[in-house]
Ligand binder design. Structure first.
Ligand SMILES: [Zn+2]
Length: 385
């Protein structure tokens, strides 16, 4: 088999992380991939945590044929969980850009991986004097094309896009960097496209808050703050602002133009994160399996709270039929009515409606306390990692 080097520093020195797995797998937008390998590694040189296989094995086919960004409805989208409840990630990202970058007057914006155009719609309705360019490699492009006539747009990935150098004031990539095969390469590319002092605004899931991501086949890099600092310095950027909200991390990278700067390896800090997260991820699967076996024993229904990767992956790694799960319960309203693994997704009302008596929480540790408190008023047994 082909030797896979670290996608950021080309080192072949690594430590393997949980789980070692090949078989049916799940993606970040809730699709099932028939066969994929989870080969998570920690690079001993630069500290990048990455899946050496996953959709790397079939990336082109995956993004053109499988990765749907929830195309079953125009509104369906990933949401961010905040103190006041779930909010649209696109809308929230726009708010974060306003707060962290500040947008005024006119300028040139490029969005990488624009999905269904949710973010661009927010941006354009507030800044119609900006010139907008966007591209999207996946099936969502068809949606994008119909929705936004004022945007210059292309169906491609960043390698296929003809980038004008020093052209943009702002480049935006929301939920993209963790998907690309070579994150450092993409950052260097974006750096070229920006004017001096231009900003690259990114949103990525913070792996430190998201142990379930070890099961996700299309998040090829498991990004952490130390890794992002390393990557930014190596690609001629300086992180000028960063903000964590739940699992999401919002960063402003400012173009400095000093390429290949020196930055300490993220290995040491990421080693700690990797161990902690591998432990949590294993416990998350265990919680689901306990809920399932207790429900079986008492001939009652069991459900899973949260559309997190562990909850979708559990039937595969735990070798049970997804039809045993009575329902998925989630607070993201745009997912209500959808089917995941053929199982219905609904809100808290599902607990009584579907007579769910056992619920495993598969959400990020960042939300466990809050959700446990919320569920405490229901007559259900809760299983936490
Ligand atoms: Zn490396």
């Amino acid at each position: 088999m082909k030797v896979i080097l670290c996608p950021s520093c080309n080192s072949n020195e690594y430590e393997s992380l949980y789980p070692k797995y090949t078989g049916e797998s799940v993606t970040s937008s809730f699709e099932v991939v028939k066969r994929a390998t989870l080969d998570n590694r920690l690079c001993k040189e630069c500290g990048l945590i990455f899946n050496a296989r996953g959709v790397r094995d079939f990336a082109e086919e995956f993004y053109s044929e499988t990765y749907s960004l929830m195309l079953f409805s125009d509104d369906a989208e990933v949401q961010s969980y905040t103190d006041t409840g779930p909010v649209s990630q696109a809308e929230y990202s726009y708010k974060m850009i306003q707060e962290m970058v500040g947008i005024s007057g006119s300028g040139m914006l490029l969005e990488i991986g624009a999905g269904k155009g949710h973010f661009l719609r927010h941006f354009y309705s507030n800044h119609s004097e900006w010139r907008l360019t966007a591209f999207e490699p996946g099936m969502a492009f068809e949606f994008l094309k119909e929705q936004l006539s004022d945007v210059e747009m292309y169906q491609t990935d960043y390698q296929g896009f003809t980038l004008e150098e020093n052209a943009f004031d702002l480049i935006v990539a929301l939920g993209v960097l963790e998907h690309v095969e070579q994150p450092l390469d993409m950052l260097r590319w974006a750096n070229k496209g920006l004017k001096q002092g231009g900003k690259f605004f990114i949103r990525v899931p913070n792996f430190e808050k998201n142990p379930n991501d070890l099961f996700c086949v299309d998040h090829l890099s498991k990004l952490t703050v130390p890794t992002l600092h390393w990557l930014a310095t190596k690609s001629g950027f300086e992180i000028s602002a960063s903000k964590g909200v739940g699992v999401q991390l919002y960063l402003v990278l400012e173009k400095k133009g000093i390429e290949d700067g020196k930055h300490p390896s993220a290995y040491k800090e990421n080693r700690v994160t990797a161990d902690k997260n591998a432990d949590y991820a294993q416990k998350a699967i265990k919680a689901i399996l306990s809920a399932r076996s207790q429900a079986q024993k008492s001939k009652e229904n069991f459900g899973i709270f949260g559309l997190a990767t562990s909850g979708l992956f559990a039937p595969f790694i735990g070798k049970f039929d997804p039809s045993e799960i009575t329902a998925y319960i989630d607070e993201n309203k745009t997912m209500w009515g959808a089917l995941v693994h053929g199982r219905p997704v609904g809100g808290l009302n599902f607990i009584s409606e579907k007579n769910v008596k056992h619920i495993a929480l598969t959400i990020s540790p960042a939300y466990i306390e809050k959700v446990s408190a919320k569920l405490s008023i229901y007559p259900v047994k809760i299983y936490t990692p």
